[in-house]
Design a protein around this ligand. Structure first.
Ligand code: CU
Length: 131
């Protein structure tokens, strides 16, 4: 009788081991969360890479863009005539851009930034930087 009891105990122990395994699997599922979050962060940093604005037909296109803080905006002059990019306050300004020239600026701080072409002051643009 003692032997049978011992065998039963082993079976119970094996069952216990089985449920222990499933608990371990749950733990591993929980551990999968941090890598997923890291992936989201990688996606976020990829999203703040670069935004393009074209200068064409005496206008900025798109005239208003919204980017995440840390993004770099690149203006390209697609016109045959010269333009520039001059932000209000004078803190940010390109040199004169000839055809195909580019100007880039990185916006680390959230805010709304208005700019014009100082050669053609009727050309307006806005960069909205979100946190
Ligand atoms: Cu211009």
């Amino acid at each position: 009788m003692g032997g049978l009891f011992a065998a039963g105990a082993i079976v119970l122990a094996a069952c216990g081991g089985g449920s222990g395994k499933s608990a371990a699997a749950n733990d591993m599922a929980g551990m999968a969360m941090p890598p997923a979050a890291a992936g989201d962060m990688a996606n976020a940093s990829a999203a703040v890479a670069t935004e393009a604005v074209h200068i064409k037909n005496l206008a900025f296109s798109a005239a208003t863009i919204t980017v995440k803080a840390g993004s770099t905006v690149v203006w390209t002059n697609n016109d045959a005539i010269q333009h520039d990019v001059s932000f209000d306050g004078g803190g940010i300004a390109s040199s004169v851009l000839n055809h195909s020239d580019t100007f880039s600026h990185t916006f680390p701080t959230a805010g709304t930034y208005h700019y014009i072409c100082s050669i053609h002051p009727f050309m307006h643009g806005t960069v909205i930087v979100t946190a």
